[in-house]
Design a binder for this molecule. Structure first.
Ligand code: MG
Length: 98
């Protein structure tokens, strides 16, 4: 199992626990909607991190890093929900050039 596949599997376990704990129904659309929600949070964190938000005080690096992790995790969850082997897709789409 590739490292990415292991991460994807572990993230799915956490997401399953989250959904059960908070009684969240995850239909087919849920995964892409959550990814979009997290993209919004990442954009806000980036705005704060680059000093373009209303709050100028504070270090926003942690917020930025956490939102990057959320986006990455939700992208992997979306791949999982669509039965997409993202490792294979990256190999074929990106890494074939090197
Ligand atoms: Mg988030």
């Amino acid at each position: 199992m590739s490292e990415l596949k292991k991460i994807q599997s572990d993230i799915a376990k956490v997401s399953n626990f989250y959904a059960q704990t908070f009684k969240i129904g995850r239909d087919k659309d849920w995964y892409i909607l959550k990814l979009q929600e997290e993209m919004g949070e990442l954009s806000k964190a980036y705005i704060n991190y680059t000093g373009r938000g209303k709050n100028k005080d504070g270090n926003f690096q942690n917020e930025l890093i956490e939102e990057l992790a959320d986006v990455f995790a939700h992208l992997l969850l979306l791949c999982d929900s669509l039965d997409v082997d993202i490792n294979k897709a990256i190999q074929e789409k990106w890494l074939r050039f090197i």
